[in-house]
Design a protein around this ligand. Structure first.
Ligand code: AMP
Ligand code: MG
Length: 574
């Protein structure tokens, strides 16, 4: 543990709340309040991510020691830690919500690792802070399992995200009304240690703009650019601590505009990744948007099972569906506009901010095209023809319940080399492929031949459908027509089948944290069986690889999970 060298720039360089006592209040003129984690009764390590430990230069051995559990449950502080809760605000579901802040997250401090990377350690569920409003500052096991597993799953999928080091039971019970229906229950409490270069959100800037605290706003902006965006290509801006004078009107400061553009770009990239893997964040409030473009705050998120752009896992958002899968790109744009408004008092130039904001849309389109082209295994996305091809596929996928993850893996298996103009195959030989196991449902059986069935649909795609009775003649004809166009398109690319398969499998995951899998792991964990958490953590380390003994984690949602709370319906209660 003494490998952890702390260098707490956030608390050192930004204004602190002068009030030392820990009670709920509005905190003005400050970026944070110092507060200590609440000690817990009987901490017990449930799981630890070795990759995140490595990021901190901690060995597996170190993670197994009692000292580790004591520290990352909040029971013990290391020399050099300077714990605090950050002040931020946010737009929740489209409305300004005022001060929010770290209500149950306590930052322990920043370490510099051997690679000179700056990383903030943060405990989630470590007790109340001045920002806890009317809640308890605690987290329950179920939401902590979800945060822990999903952070790491996203990392291995190549999606920008905050990381999770550890998941620790506190040995205390916490009361939660899971569906806000007047039926509270006692649940086991837990703490997750999260790790990220910083946890600064859009809302950290919004709060100061909303209070006309332009001085602090500028300090935070300068600090963030200096510390979180130390691009050597950019001019490193001077430390302007103590700056309070109003910014000269109309003078464009390229540093701020460039920074905002960078945030737009990072956000666009993150959203394109979400759309690629079928992730629905569920609560894209501006306080849940990281300026680093990291996926942050894993609450009522979910994974698309059947491809449905209108789906949201969040029951709190069931009416407006503001944060549904297909709406995420435009919500991110809206959120960025709020960030632009927030920094306007410092930047002082609407046109420049508008122009920078437009970078989001163009960058997202560019990333979307690249991503869709890759999902389809194209050499290159050619907008003139491929846009229509992709749109038609997404429409078809939403017509009947089609598992998005399975569909793309199976599409990669179909060998179109013998495909004829009329939709038939030249020779039966090329239809039979035994390159991959075809699913746990068939464990022990021979892999299905990769043949076209009597409905002109490749047999291997059939496993992607939830309700075979939904496959009407109209549907089958439309899909067959699409497959024909797709076959023609990839024939034009002239890539060997095997190359296309490998390429597609490197962007279309086989293993994602399916909603029901997370729930099964939680059910077991609540019975003190943590084996499934470990098993999932291990499997999700290699989401793009075939793992023959893990096929049971790649099958589509079983019917019992269709309407089970926790599987398809989640609330913000956590
Ligand atoms: P979230 O919807 O989880 O992003 O949280 C929105 C705001 O509520 C943030 O300021 C959180 O820190 C705060 N919050 C959420 N849950 C709790 C809790 N159990 N205790 C205190 N504050 C909380
Ligand atoms: Mg949040």
């Amino acid at each position: 543990m003494n490998r952890l060298i702390f260098d707490n720039s956030f608390t050192r360089e930004l204004p602190a709340d002068p009030e030392k006592a820990n009670y709920r209040r509005q905190v003005t003129g400050a970026c944070y309040s110092r507060v200590k984690p609440a000690p817990v009764a009987a901490p017990k390590l449930v799981a630890c991510s070795l990759e995140t430990a490595q990021l901190l230069d901690l060995s597996a051995d170190a993670c197994g020691r009692d000292e580790f559990t004591q520290i990352f449950s909040g029971n013990r502080l290391l020399p050099g830690m300077d714990p605090y809760a950050a002040c931020y605000g946010g737009h929740q579901f489209g409305n300004w919500a005022g001060q929010l802040g770290d209500g149950r997250a306590i930052n322990l401090g920043e370490i510099i690792n051997r690679k000179s990377q700056r990383l903030t350690l943060q405990l989630k569920g470590a007790g109340s802070t001045p920002y806890s409003r009317n809640a308890d500052g605690l987290a329950v096991l179920r939401s902590s399992v979800r945060e822990f597993l999903c952070s790491e799953a996203m990392f291995h999928l190549g999606v920008p995200t905050t990381r999770a080091l550890s998941l620790i039971l506190t040995g205390e019970m916490v009361e939660r009304d899971m569906f806000y229906d007047g039926h509270p229950k006692e649940e086991p409490g837990a703490v997750v240690c999260r790790v990220a270069p910083s946890f600064t959100r859009f809302g950290n800037f919004e709060i100061f703009a909303s209070r006309n605290e332009t001085g602090v706003l500028k300090q935070l902006l300068d600090y963030t650019i200096r510390t979180d965006f130390p691009d050597p290509g950019e001019s490193v801006i001077p430390d302007t601590r103590g700056y309070i004078a109003p910014y000269p009107e109309k003078s464009v400061n390229r540093v701020y505009i460039n920074w905002f553009e960078d945030v737009c770009r990072r956000t666009a990239d993150m959203i394109a990744h979400w759309m690629r893997v079928g992730f629905v964040h569920g609560v894209m409030n501006t306080d849940n948007m990281s300026v680093l473009g990291l996926t942050i705050d894993y609450g009522p998120y979910g994974w698309l099972e059947n491809y449905d752009p209108n789906w949201t896992p969040n029951t709190t958002d069931a009416n407006g569906r503001r944060y549904r899968f297909g709406h995420q790109p435009s919500v991110a744009h809206w959120n960025l506009a709020q960030l632009a408004n927030a920094i306007y008092p410092v930047v002082g130039d609407v046109d420049a901010l508008q122009q920078a904001l437009s970078v989001y849309a163009s960058r997202f389109q560019e990333q979307w095209n690249i991503m869709v082209g890759a999902k389809l295994g194209l050499r290159e996305f050619e907008p003139d023809t491929d846009k229509e091809l992709a749109n038609e596929l997404f429409t078809i996928l939403s017509l009947v319940e089609t598992d998005m993850t399975i569909f793309f893996r199976r599409l990669a298996l179909v060998d179109f080399s013998g495909y004829e103009e009329d939709g038939s195959y030249k020779s039966t030989e090329s239809m039979v492929k035994k390159t991959e196991n075809t699913g746990a449902g068939n464990a022990g059986k021979k892999p299905k031949p990769n043949s076209i069935n009597r409905d002109l649909l490749p047999e291997t795609l059939m496993d992607a459908y939830y309700v075979p009775e939904q496959l009407t003649d109209d549907y089958k004809n439309r899909m067959a027509r699409w497959l024909k166009r797709y076959a023609q398109r990839i024939t034009r690319d002239n890539l060997p089948h095997e190359t296309r398969r490998v390429n597609m499998n490197s962007v279309n995951p086989k293993y994602v944290l399916r909603n029901y899998l997370a729930q099964l792991a939680i059910d077991k964990a609540e019975q003190e069986d943590f084996s499934m958490i470990h098993d999932l953590l291990e499997t999700l380390r290699n989401p793009y690889s075939e793992q023959p003994d893990k096929e049971h984690f790649a099958i589509k949602r079983p019917d019992w999970a269709r309407h089970r709370p926790g599987c398809s319906m989640l609330s913000c209660s956590s």
